[in-house]
Structures are given as C-alpha cells and as structure tokens.
Design a protein around this ligand. Structure first.
Ligand SMILES: *[C@@H]1O[C@H](CO)[C@@H](O)[C@H](O)[C@H]1NC(C)=O
Ligand SMILES: *[C@@H]1O[C@H](CO)[C@@H](O)[C@H](O)[C@H]1NC(C)=O
Ligand SMILES: *[C@@H]1O[C@H](CO)[C@@H](O)[C@H](O)[C@H]1NC(C)=O
Length: 334
C-alpha cells in the first residue's frame, strides 16, 4: 500500500513532537540518538562518553560533549577533547546530518585518517582535529565541505602535499596545518581563496619546500605563519604599502632577498624573519610602524639600525647574529 506523502509527513511530525506534547522534556532526536550510540560503540565505549547512556541521562541533548540546536533539537556540535579514548574517527559521524562543528582535540590515542563520510555533513562550518595521532594525507574531499570557515588540523602526523583543492573552500577564514609532516610546496591555487578577506593562514612547523607562490600576493591576508619549514626565495611581495598584513612569521626558513627597499604595510604590528638568508639593510620605514614585535636575528643584514619608532626599545636578541648590523640597541657603528 502506498501512503500519501502528506500523511507520512504528519505522522513524522507527530512522532517527533510527541514527547514535547506529552510533557516529557526529552529533546533528543531519535535518529541522532541512534547515531550517537553507534559512534560510542565505534570508539569502543570509552569512559569519556559514559554519560551517553539513556539509563543515566535520558535526553541525548544533555549528553557530555554535545550541543543541540535550541529550535530543531538536532545535534549541531560534537566536541571531544582531552581524553585517552582510542581508535579511529568513527565513519558514523557523517550520519549526524545537522552537525556544524566537529572538534577532536588533544586525543593522543586517536589514530587513522579522516573518514570520507564527513562529506555528508553539508552544514559543517568548523572541522578541528588537532593534537591527535591521526596520520596519512590531508584528504582532497575536505574541499567538498562548502560551508567550512575553520579548518584546524594542527599537531597531528599528517603527511604528503597540501591539497590544492583546499582553495575551493570559499568560506574559509582560518586554516591551521601547523605541526605536521607535510611536504611539497604551497599550492599555486592558494592565491585564489575567494570571499574571505580575512584569511588566517598557518602552515608552520612542517617540511614545506620551494618558493612561496606569487599568487598569494592577491590574497588579503592579515595574519600568516610560515615559520619552521624549508621555504626559499623572495617573499617581499607580501610587503607592499597597500597590503593588509598585520602579523607575519617567516622565521626559520631559507628565504633569501634584499630587505633594503622593502616598504612595509602600515598595519604591520608583528614581524618575525629570524633564521633566514635575508640580506641588505633595515629600511627606514620600520620606524613609522607601530611594531609590537620584531625579530630579524640570524640573517645576513648589515648597516645601522634606523633610529626611531620602537626600534631602539627592543632587546639586542631581536637583531643579533647578522652580518654587520650596528647602532642602538646593538653597539654603535664603527
Ligand atoms: C582513561 O582515563 C580514565 C579516566 O581518567 C581511566 O579510568 C582509564 O583507566 C584510562 N584508560 C586508559 C587505557 O588509560
Ligand atoms: C603517535 O604517532 C607517533 C608517530 O607515528 C608514534 O611515535 C607515537 O607512539 C604515537 N602515539 C600514540 C599514543 O599512539
Ligand atoms: C629572536 O630570535 C632568536 C632566534 O630564534 C632568539 O634567540 C631570540 O630570543 C629572539 N628574541 C626575541 C626578543 O624574541
């Protein structure tokens, strides 16, 4: 027998709202509850999720590590952190259809890779799998999560190249890949992140090589951290007077260019370029900036430190180990 669609909808509506009508305060959606119990099972019933138990806590919206939407009562956030639970990210996570946020943080025994089932989560805005033991490459399919604005995969054991498809995430405004074992170069495509004027790009502490693609000059980056890689070449294109960069860390790479004629953007408040092969002298323009942090140590710079601005208020370690920088706060020039 074929039941007419409106009738099915009415039936479903009654089923869903029945507990509310009968006065029982259980908000939990039965489908979500089923998936959550599957996730718990897939993770080996960890102690961390012991409240995920209808005997202990009837309403799954009150279970530990979860948030439900106040109107729809669907599970919208799964936030599991600081636990010794072990195993892989359960593929069943992809069945929490209304999820907007996944956080798996500080889980040293979480291993394996990111499951493809997360591509079913079309509402996902934040994916944070950080300080875990997941490994393997960053999957290409992450680029299908169109609504993602935060992608944090820092402090894991990820290997391989950064997928160029990540630039298809047009809503992304925070990308953190710090502290993995990523290799290869920064994708050319990264110059085409669209619709995100305030992208914060963190690629530090990996094994990235090659030149930084010039296309990145087209982005409106305000904060970036490329430190502790094996990147090389000239990055002075990040510093043009009309750029919006505020915080830049290029330290501990192999960048090599003449600093003398670089004109820094007015917004720059923090610049770290220590441990590179940067040569020339410190430009006078540094004295016009409102710098809160500077470190140009361990390069091949020469000449007098310009007088003015904050430049004399920094300690000597900001300037030491260069070829022949001199003047306050270093010893006077000869
Ligand atoms: C995990 O932590 C819980 C609570 O701190 C503890 O009872 C349990 O023994 C731990 N399990 C392992 C395998 O360390
Ligand atoms: C995490 O992975 C690293 C590298 O593969 C390994 O040395 C370490 O023992 C792993 N830690 C745990 C808790 O599995
Ligand atoms: C500047 O960087 C060098 C090299 O990493 C470090 O030794 C020094 O302490 C830093 N100075 C400041 C003020 O951060």
């Amino acid at each position: 027998m074929k039941i007419p669609t409106p009738l099915v909808l009415i039936l479903l509506f009654c089923l869903q709202s029945a507990p509310a009508i009968s006065g029982a305060a259980v908000r939990c959606n039965p489908q979500d509850k089923k998936v959550l119990l599957q996730i718990k099972k897939d993770l080996g019933n960890p102690y961390h999720l012991s409240s995920w138990n209808t005997q202990i806590q009837k309403d799954c919206c009150d279970w530990y590590s979860l948030d439900c939407d106040l109107k729809t009562n669907r599970v919208i956030a799964l936030t599991i952190f600081q636990s010794n639970l072990s195993g892989q990210i359960p593929p069943s996570v992809g069945d929490l259809s209304y999820l907007q946020q996944i956080v798996f943080h500080k889980l040293p025994n979480l291993v394996g890779t990111i499951p493809q089932t997360i591509t079913k989560l079309t509402h996902l805005t934040r994916l944070d799998v950080s300080w875990t033991n997941i490994s393997g490459p960053i999957p290409d399919f992450i680029s299908q999560l169109n609504n993602l604005n935060t992608l944090d995969l820092s402090f894991n054991y990820l290997t391989g190249n950064i997928p160029s498809s990540l630039s298809e995430l047009t809503n992304l405004n925070y990308l953190n890949l710090h502290g993995n074992k990523l290799t290869g170069s920064i994708p050319d495509s990264f110059g085409t992140f669209k619709g995100n004027p305030d992208l914060y790009l963190i690629l530090s502490h990996n094994q990235l090589t090659g030149n930084v693609p010039k296309s990145l000059a087209d982005l409106k980056l305000t904060k970036l951290d490329f430190s502790r890689n094996n990147l090389q070449g000239d990055i002075s294109f990040f510093f043009e007077p009309d750029k919006e960069i505020q915080i830049a860390d290029f330290s501990r790479n192999m960048f090599q260019f003449d600093l003398t004629k670089v004109v820094f953007p007015k917004a720059l408040t923090s610049l770290d370029i220590n441990h590179n092969n940067i040569y020339g002298s410190l430009p006078q323009g540094l004295t016009f900036l409102n710098l809160q942090f500077l470190n140009v140590s361990y390069n091949r710079l020469c000449g007098q430190i310009p007088v003015g601005g904050q430049l004399q208020s920094f300690e000597t370690t900001v300037y030491f180990h260069n070829r022949c920088l001199c003047g306050a706060p270093l010893p006077a020039c000869k």
